[in-house]
Each structure stands twice: as structure tokens, then as C-alpha cells.
Design a protein around this ligand. Structure first.
Ligand code: TEU
Length: 516
């Protein structure tokens, strides 16, 4: 595997298509709209876009409930629009990654319609059916993971909503069908898949109950009250992933696993990456870390230490499932820039979430605005994920849609938007500069990592090293300036505070990249 592979050197930009750009005025983003905004993506300097699902879907979980893997939902456009998007992205040197939601389908998928009809049909065993509830498994979205289906009186397994029945990955026909879906898209030019909750594909064949786990939230949300040893992370998962990898390798495509872990540790994902499994698997430690140098260092180290030799790190500050990081961490725009320095200069692939380059905050939504099923179910304890999915802020008026947006625009849109980026201290400037620096600097792209570089209590620091060059990264996590001992360096390559003299103390929340 060449170190120059695009998925190692570049960054991936996650687009939530519903919220990026509407072209029809119905308030929902679509593929033609998205295509019209590719200038922005290209100018940012990322290497790939990853689209959250756009397949036909009843939208019970906003597309993560797929009714047909080989088509495009009319709300987003057509298959021809997708072909055009792939073509346009490639013409700009951008790769296209789709979201593969293969743990479950929609209950409206033809496979499930057939499966539920009677007990003897050919698709019956494509899902997981039992005549009585066999175990204590819980749905990630609350309640039991088993729902009785009136047609036959049997229960089917759903790790998420009842409208998202789990496929039976122990049936070889299911695996073959998924491999065919991969081929279908790779043949159309798609460059990779992000694999939704891949570590849930296989369950223990006997479906035993999970052992209980003490957790203060377990009464309200049973999922956290179990050790999930039987409903995911099965030891034979590598074989299945290996088959997917073989298909991906035929096309030079990349597989990125999304890891489910109620303990927010994700180290287990390291067992499923490498040359004959996934190229990468998300390690979401930064999504759950507090903003202190110590906690951040622990989060970063937990991934670096867990990965096998042929693994590759991923860095995620925000995505469509978690509160956006400027809200999570506070600290204003300076801290948002410092966070970008972390994600863009560590060894590994950064996954950026649309709008983070503007410092978009979590939307502050009213109960009446909430459409995300877990948000509706658990409000106000958990307000759901809609706040991370509010429309991209293109202009002072939004310009996301000419109609009524499906979620309200953030109130800071008048001054936080894609046209207000001329200021060299703006957040997007830091993103563009660091992405350009990565492209041109071998140490940042592929250098070995010396970690940590200082044990200062408030400053994160590491070095990236190749034969010809040594780069030192310093991130001041506190709201006051700090002078860090050690080599000052010879040249500031980037400073989020526009510092040019290497000897200057770090400004409050400054991220600085220096040549040493
Ligand atoms: O997410 C996995 C998942 O269950 C969590 O990230 C979850 O969203 C979080 O704990 C908050 O409840 C993936 C997708 O990213 C997510 O959008 C889907 O809803 C889910 O799978 C089901 O496909």
C-alpha cells in the first residue's frame, strides 16, 4: 500500500446532502444543489467528499434507512444526477465516498417486504427472525431491539428503529448482495464507502443475552446498561470485511468503518483495520474529549496506541450524530481554529464536517423543530441530532434554499457565512492554509510522529519528521498566552493568531505549526 494513497494524504469533507444546498425550493438539499457548491469544496483543498445517504428511503432515520441501495431518492435527484456529480467531482480532482448502510435496511426495502411476508420465502433468512424474544438486546435508539411483526407473529431484530430491520450477515446470500451493491457503485466511479456501524454486522450465532453493565443512565436508556459482547464486534467479522476489501481492492476504492461503541472508547475498531480489512475505522475519542491538554492528549494517544502497524488514524471533530465542536468545547473562533490544527496536523486522515470550516455551532432548536427520532423520544434529556444538521450558511441570508428550510438556519448566519471569509484570521482561512500546507509538506503528510513533544500542562505538542524536514505543532488549550520551553523553531509555517516570530509566546488558544 503506497503512502501516497489519496486517502492517507488528503482530507475528507462530509456533506449531509439534506442540509448543503437546495436547488428546488422545497427546503431540502439535493444533488444538483450540492453540485453547484463544488467550487467551495475544491477551494477548501480537501481530497474527497463523503455524502451521507441519498438512496431511496422513507427517511425514518433521514436516509440511514435505505429502501434501495442502487438508486437515488427523488428528494435528492436521480441516478443521472449522481453520475453527473461523480463526473464533476472527478474533473476537479475530488474523490467521492458514499455512505453504505448495510447493517440494516429500511422496512420498506423489497428484501424485507419479501422476508416478512411468510416463514418460508426465499428472503426469510435475510433478516433475523425468532418466534419469541430470545435475549435482552436493546435498540441504540431506545427500547427493545425486537419487534413483533403481525404477518407471521415472529419477532425481528433491529439495532436501531423498528423501521430499520437488521440484515442477517450470517446468510452468505446477504454478503453477496452487499458485495454486488459495492460493485454497482464502484463501476459507476465511486471511490469508496463509509460503512455505517460496520462492527454490528455480525451477531453471535446463538443470540445470547448481553451481560449487564452498571450505568447511571441505564434505566432511561437500556442500551448503555449492557456490555455489548454478543450484538457486535464478533471475532469472525474480519472474514466478512476481508471479502468487502477484496472487492474494494479490485477498484482501488477505500473502506472506512464507522464504529459503534457505547463506552466511547473505540479501541476495538483497531481489530478491524489493516491491509486485508478496512482501510480505516473511525476512532471518535476527540468527539467525547473535554477541551484540556491532558484529556485531548489521552484521546489522541488512545487511537495512536491502539492501531496495528497496517492501520491508519482518523480524526473527527464533528459529524452528523454529535454536537458540533464549537458548542461542545466553547472558546469561540480561536479555539475552533486550534481544534483544526489538531485534526489537520496529526498523522492520519481528517474527516471534516460541512460548516466546521465556518465554525458553525450546534443549532439551538425548539422542541417543535426536532425531527430526529431519538431526539423526539428522549427530549429534553437528549435533544437529538438535528442541531448538528442545520443548513450550511452560505451568505448573510443563508442562501441554502429559496423556500422554508427543513431545519431553521443558525441565528449567527448574518455574520457567520461563506462570504464573510476575507479576513485572514477567519476560521476558513486556517482550514485552507493547513490543507494546503499538508499537500505541500512531506513531514505533515507522511512524517513519523514524535509524541508528545512537551509535557506542558496546557499545551499539546508533537513533531512530524521526515529525513528532509522536521515540523513542530503546538496547541495552546487555555485562554491566556503561554511560553513553551524547547526549540522555538526556525520559521512559523502557520499560526492561527497570525504570529510570525517563532520566539513569541503562544497566544490564547493559538495553534502554531513551525519548522524546526
Ligand atoms: O450511527 C451510529 C449510532 O448509533 C450513533 O452514532 C448514534 O447516532 C448516537 O449514539 C446518537 O444516538 C450511524 C449513523 O451515523 C447514524 O446517523 C444512524 O442513525 C445510525 O448509524 C443508524 O444507521
Amino acid at each position: 500500500m503506497s503512502d501516497a494513497a489519496w486517502w492517507r494524504t488528503g482530507a475528507v469533507y462530509q456533506i449531509y446532502p439534506r442540509s448543503f444546498q437546495d436547488s428546488t425550493g422545497n427546503g431540502i438539499g439535493d444533488l444538483p444543489g450540492l453540485r453547484s457548491r463544488l467550487d467551495w469544496v475544491e477551494q477548501l483543498g480537501v481530497s474527497a467528499v463523503w455524502l451521507s445517504p441519498v438512496h431511496p428511503s422513507p427517511q425514518a432515520d433521514f436516509g440511514y434507512d435505505v429502501a434501495d441501495y442502487c438508486d437515488v431518492d427523488p428528494i435528492f435527484g436521480s441516478l443521472a444526477d449522481m453520475d453527473q456529480l461523480i463526473h464533476d467531482c472527478h474533473a476537479r480532482g475530488l474523490k467521492v465516498v458514499l455512505d453504505g448502510v448495510f447493517n440494516h435496511t429500511s422496512d420498506q426495502h423489497a428484501w424485507f417486504t419479501a422476508s416478512r411476508a411468510d416463514k418460508t420465502n426465499a428472503k426469510r433468512d435475510w433478516y433475523i427472525w425468532r418466534d419469541t424474544v430470545p435475549n435482552n438486546w436493546k435498540s441504540t435508539f431506545g427500547g427493545t431491539a425486537w419487534t413483533q411483526d403481525p404477518a407471521t407473529g415472529s419477532y425481528y431484530l433491529h439495532s436501531f428503529l423498528p423501521a430499520q430491520p437488521d440484515l442477517n450477515w450470517r446468510n452468505p446470500d446477504v454478503v453477496d448482495a452487499v458485495l454486488d451493491v459495492l460493485r454497482f457503485w464502484f463501476e459507476r466511479g465511486v471511490d469508496g464507502f463509509r460503512l455505517d456501524v460496520f462492527n454490528s454486522y455480525l451477531k453471535h450465532p446463538d443470540l445470547p443475552s448481553n451481560p449487564r453493565r452498571w450505568h447511571p443512565g441505564a434505566l432511561a436508556y437500556g442500551y448503555v446498561g449492557q456490555h455489548h459482547i454478543h450484538d457486535r464486534d464478533q471475532s469472525d467479522l474480519p472474514e466478512v470485511l476481508g471479502r468487502m476489501r477484496a472487492v474494494a481492492d479490485e477498484f482501488g476504492a477505500v473502506l472506512i468503518g464507522e464504529t459503534l461503541d457505547e463506552k466511547f472508547r473505540y479501541d476495538r475498531a483497531a481489530d478491524f483495520v489493516g491491509d486485508d480489512q478496512l482501510h480505516m475505522a473511525f476512532h471518535f475519542a476527540l468527539l467525547h474529549s473535554r477541551w484540556t491538554a491532558k484529556k485531548l492528549a489521552t484521546a489522541i494517544r488512545s487511537q495512536l496506541n491502539a492501531l496495528p502497524k497496517d492501520g491508519w488514524p482518523t480524526w473527527v471533530l464533528s459529524n452528523h450524530d454529535f454536537q458540533r465542536h464549537p458548542t461542545r468545547w466553547g472558546g469561540g473562533d480561536e479555539r475552533a481554529k486550534a481544534a483544526a490544527v489538531i485534526a489537520l496536523t496529526l498523522p492520519g486522515t481528517p474527516f471534516l464536517y460541512y460548516g466546521e470550516e465556518l465554525g458553525m455551532a450546534e443549532g439551538r432548536l425548539k422542541r417543535a423543530d426536532i425531527v430526529d427520532p431519538p431526539g423526539i423520544r428522549f427530549w429534553p434529556v437528549f435533544k437529538g441530532r438535528d442541531g448538528a444538521r442545520t443548513p450550511m450558511q452560505w451568505t448573510s441570508e443563508g442562501a441554502f434554499t429559496t423556500g422554508i428550510p427543513w431545519l431553521p438556519l443558525n441565528p449567527d448566519t448574518p455574520w457567520r457565512h461563506a462570504e464573510a471569509t476575507a479576513n485572514p484570521l477567519s476560521i476558513v482561512h486556517t482550514y485552507r492554509a493547513l490543507l494546503a500546507l499538508r499537500r505541500n509538506n512531506e513531514a505533515l503528510r507522511s512524517g513519523a510522529t514524535i509524541w508528545p513533544d512537551t509535557d506542558h500542562a496546557d499545551v499539546l505538542s508533537w513533531q512530524r519528521v521526515v529525513a528532509s524536514e522536521r515540523v513542530r505543532v503546538l496547541v495552546n488549550t487555555v485562554d491566556r498566552s503561554v511560553l513553551v520551553p524547547g526549540e522555538a523553531g526556525t520559521q512559523v509555517l502557520w499560526s492561527t493568531a497570525a504570529v510570525t516570530d517563532v520566539r513569541e509566546p503562544l497566544a490564547p488558544n493559538e495553534g502554531r505549526v513551525v519548522r524546526v
